[in-house]
Design a protein around this ligand. Structure first.
Ligand SMILES: Nc1ncnc2c1ncn2[C@@H]1O[C@H](COP(=O)(O)OP(=O)(O)OP(=O)(O)O)[C@@H](O)[C@H]1O
Length: 249
């Protein structure tokens, strides 16, 4: 894929009414169409706030965000169709089965019935959920719930996908399955923006990153370049070098 812009973030700042200081200050980033882009940083850095703004869940206090597809800027209604979001919290109905959940969320995107059925079965199979497809999600393990959460976020085949810690609290098998699947859809053309606290996972998965600390971008670029410039061998060392050793809570 060529290096075309996917998302342009210009001077985004955010101040919650209840807090004294800005949570985000003057964030400007360009995310390319072909990227797996990691938003990384210590606890409380502002990653979830930024991803929530990018998904349109909360408006920024100031600044602008442009979404591009095939080199042209998307309208508000196009954005809603093109964007997918996999939140950190589970976003499904525990009392429903994966099949019922996918039918419900697919209908919310107005997917035609036949198309939805094909997509639903494809996702259940690829994410290893077929055998439990009619059982209540409340009975599932953490790894299975994460995979249901992912399936729901991508039911409408988004062109731009945001994921907030998609592999938190899951075993290696589920983590690998999720990352492999995300790599595949990125190869097929989906822009991916994700947050994680797993540095080895992010190192394997992302081509570009932004390190956020105290609500500001303190470093951004291609991971290989950042490691060379900072004379470190891995992402974890880069993270510690740039954000320090002290606790953030
Ligand atoms: N709705 C809100 N109202 C007020 N303050 C908030 C709200 N949401 C988040 N914050 C504050 O904004 C700061 C950034 O939080 P955010 O969740 O965006 O960080 P994060 O980088 O995702 O952290 P973590 O890695 O712990 O998930 C924190 O100090 C948090 O307490």
């Amino acid at each position: 894929m060529k290096t075309l812009p996917g998302i342009e973030i210009l001077h985004v700042s955010q101040k919650y009414k209840s807090s004294r200081d800005n949570t985000l200050t003057d964030i400007s980033l360009t995310i390319n169409r072909s990227d797996v882009f990691g938003l990384l940083g210590p606890n409380g850095a502002g990653k979830t706030t930024l991803i929530s703004i990018l998904c349109g869940i909360i408006p920024p206090s100031s600044g602008e965000i442009g979404f591009y597809l095939d080199g042209r800027i998307l309208s508000e209604s196009e954005r809603k169709r093109v964007i997918g979001f996999v939140p950190q919290e589970y976003a499904f109905y525990e009392e429903l089965s994966p099949r019922q959940n996918l039918d419900y969320f697919g209908a919310m995107y107005n997917l035609p019935k036949g198309q939805l059925e094909i997509r639903r079965e494809e996702l259940l199979e690829t994410l290893g959920l077929l055998k439990s497809a009619d059982k209540k999600v409340s009975t599932f393990s953490g790894g299975m719930k994460r995979r249901v959460n992912l399936a729901i976020g991508i039911i409408h085949q988004p062109g731009i996908l945001f994921l907030d810690e998609p592999t938190v609290g899951v075993d290696v098998q589920s983590k690998n399955a999720i990352i492999r699947y995300l790599q595949e859809i990125n190869r097929q053309g989906t822009t991916i923006v994700y947050t994680s606290h797993h540095m080895s996972e992010a190192e394997e998965f992302c081509n570009r990153i932004a390190l956020i600390d105290h609500g500001r971008v303190i470093s951004e670029g291609y991971l290989v370049d950042l490691k060379t410039e900072n004379n470190v061998l891995d992402l974890q060392s880069l993270f510690i070098k740039l954000t320090g050793e002290e606790y953030r809570d």
